[in-house]
Design a protein around this ligand. Structure first.
Ligand SMILES: [Zn+2]
Length: 679
């Protein structure tokens, strides 16, 4: 009998597609003007079947996708973002040791504290203590091509000139619906894990800072190539996958005005639509039977732009780049998915705590502490993914006169705060802005454990070395955990986190590290304490709570589109102009024929792409088998069942040994279908 109940769910979170400032590049003139890919929230719930006293996946009375009790899109009757009634991670109502968790990956730039609070409030209204801040992880893929204005903190609504209630509602309602669907979908199943490496989908965009790290040899290519995959199955039939890999959602550039899930959104589209054959309309209803999430890791300094700069790469076309980098993640993830044989087994546990990052003393280092949030002037210099102000250079330590004026006009940072943030030249002391901070300072930290896997959910953009050190701090407290996964952009957003050595370089990421040079050691200290509590079962009550800013949000003054309707005689979905017959037709090869690209071992896959890279395709049936070269891995658990069926009603075709069914026409398994361009 399987140890867990597993459930998957998906729902649309696409916000306003016309005239709204986009979230990511912070450029006021970058406003939505259509849709390249819709945005989705993908939810996974795992419950421990041995958890006596916990309603096990009954979902009774929760109509699938109806969102009954949760107004979808209307917002009527629901106080937005009040956060009232949100359990504060104390574990109240959730038995120590825990028995279930929900993980969400959403095609968003960030999960703002506003979204986190309102989603939890609605879940509490529906389920009571079943889903709380302690056992629910909301994470973002960090696409830079979605509409903004869904934060309650001023800094993140500047490019939208205020709050956008419709976009906020679409995001919150979609995430809640995805979790509801996953909850209602719970049934006995298995979770397997696999790890590998992917090269050719990321590059370090802040090398001078990275090279300051004494432990840089851990990443010889200056990237974190690790990909970790969780495979969810029921009766041997795969129902979902989460892949974590660190690369920014910036394949689409800062001149794009179409809503897009960027490379991770494309990877999910390729798997769900191209491989599993799930129609978009079915996906919108939460149907299809398979959910593929490409979640974000420690991508702070990881860019997908493999070219020579200018925000592009590997080609000069942002749509092609989105597809190529997405495909590389999807293919690598599926290879790991197919080879995953290490069964996850053991109890589920979780701990969460809100911590005030404006004043954490770092143990063991005299004088080391964090400070109220300050954005450095290097924040405005931008990165190779998108340059910022021309008169500010990455690494510039001399303070610009403009920022002296800005500082004086908005809020003046006291001398001790300025000194505390050194060598960061102060740009704007967001933590000292009144009547409330412009960026959050009370942050949610969370650790989820399921058997030999731990998920560290952190509210920011950690560089690869920061993520590595944080994982090490957690692993030291959980010696019997084999896989520590870093889930970034989770539950709130408070800028970047770099190592102290990187901080001294004051590149974009260091300038965007809000709480000073000791931000990362403070995270390590606090997360280590949480991980220790997971091990010992001690409660971790929060001494502070995030401010409730819903009533203070300022609606956008810019109206955006005042009318969004089809012309007379037309309907939504009508084809305005047919694409060329060859548009979007690409070829996909599975597995790759080049020996160099096939160095997969049972437990570890390492995929390297040449710069010219194979062009991939989709639209093929679900692969029926994996290669015959893989064997099970001794994990102390029974081997996972092999896939016996196909998700979402997709067809299965027999394949020759060593070759999955998703081969190109040249392999003799039939004509290669074309992949439709995402809509
Ligand atoms: Zn970023």
């Amino acid at each position: 009998m399987s140890e867990y109940l597993v459930g998957v769910g998906i729902a649309d979170v696409t916000g306003e597609a016309g005239g709204v400032g986009m979230m990511g590049y912070a450029l006021p003139y970058q406003r939505t003007a259509g849709i390249h890919q819709r945005q989705w929230a993908r939810a996974f719930v795992v419950a421990d079947r041995s958890g006596a006293g916990v309603p096990l996946g009954s979902g009774a009375g929760v109509p699938l996708g109806s969102g009954a009790g949760v107004p979808l899109g209307s917002g009527a009757g629901v106080p937005l973002g009040s956060g009232a009634g949100v359990p504060l991670g104390s574990g109240a109502g959730v038995p120590p040791g825990g028995r279930r968790f929900a993980f969400v990956s959403a095609d968003l730039g960030m999960i703002f504290a506003s979204v986190h609070a309102e989603v939890l409030r609605r879940l509490a209204a529906r389920y009571g203590p079943r889903y709380t801040a302690e056992n629910t992880v909301l994470s973002a893929t960090h696409t830079h091509s979605g509409p903004g204005g869904f934060s309650h903190h001023t800094l993140y609504n500047l490019s939208t000139f205020g709050f956008r209630p419709r976009t906020f509602e679409a995001i919150v309602a979609g995430i809640v619906t995805a979790i509801c669907r996953a909850d209602a979908d719970l049934a006995p199943g298995t979770v397997t894990v696999n790890t590998g490496e992917l090269h050719g989908a990321s590059v370090n965009r802040s090398l001078p800072a990275f090279r300051r790290n004494p432990d840089r040899a851990a990443f010889p290519a200056a990237i974190d190539p690790a990909m970790t995959v969780l495979r969810f199955a029921r009766d041997g039939v795969p129902v979902g996958v989460i892949s974590w890999f660190a690369t920014h959602g910036t394949s689409m550039t800062n001149t794009n005005t179409l809503i897009s899930g960027d490379n991770k959104g494309y990877a999910a589209y390729l798997w769900e639509h191209g491989w599993a054959g799930i129609p978009q309309a079915a996906k919108a209803r939460g149907e299809g039977g398979f959910v593929a999430a490409f979640a974000q890791g420690n991508a702070g300094d990881m860019s997908p732009n493999l070219g020579a700069g200018g925000g592009y790469g590997p080609t000069g076309n942002e749509f092609a780049n989105t597809r190529i980098v997405g495909e590389r993640q999807a293919v690598a993830a599926r290879e790991l998915f197919e080879a995953a044989t290490e069964v996850v087994c053991g109890p589920i546990a979780h701990r969460q705590r809100y911590v005030d990052f404006s004043c954490i003393e770092v143990n063991g280092v005299p004088g080391a502490r964090t400070w109220p949030a300050v954005i450095g002037q290097g924040f405005t210099a931008g990165t190779q993914d998108g340059r910022g102000l021309p008169f500010i250079h990455p690494g510039q330590l001399r303070r610009s006169r403009i920022f002296r004026l800005l500082d004086a006009a908005v809020v003046r940072a006291p001398d001790e705060v300025v000194a505390g943030h050194a060598p960061k030249p102060v740009g704007l002391a967001t933590g000292l802005c009144r009547p409330h901070p412009w960026t959050p300072q009370v942050l949610p930290l969370q650790v989820i454990r399921i058997g030999q896997v731990a998920i560290v959910a952190a509210p920011g953009e950690f560089t690869i070395m920061s993520g590595r050190r944080l994982r090490q701090a957690v692993a030291a407290q959980l010696p019997d955990v084999a896989h520590v996964i870093f889930a970034g952009y989770a539950n709130a957003y408070a800028g970047y986190v770099v190592t102290p050595e990187e901080y001294d370089a004051q590149h974009y990421e260091g300038a965007s590290t809000h709480f000073g040079r000791w931000t990362l050691p403070a995270y390590q200290q606090e997360f280590a304490a949480l991980a220790a509590a997971v091990r010992t079962g001690e409660p971790t009550p929060s001494a502070v709570a995030p401010a409730h800013l819903a009533g203070r949000r300022r609606p956008a003054r810019a109206a955006g589109r005042v009318l969004d309707a089809v012309p007379p005689g037309r309907r939504f979905g009508d084809v305005v102009r047919q694409p060329l017959p060859a548009t979007g037709a690409v070829s996909w090869r599975w597995p790759p024929s080049t020996p160099a690209a096939r160095t997969t071992t049972p437990a570890t896959a390492r995929r390297t792409w040449r710069s010219s890279g194979p062009t991939e395709t989709a639209g093929r049936p679900w692969p029926a088998t994996t290669t015959g070269t893989r064997s099970s891995v001794g994990s102390g658990c029974s081997p996972a069942s092999r896939p016996r069926g196909s998700p979402g009603g997709s067809r299965r075709t027999p394949s020759p040994a060593g070759t999955a069914s998703c081969t190109t026409a040249t392999s003799g398994t039939g004509p290669a279908p074309s992949l439709r361009t995402p809509v």
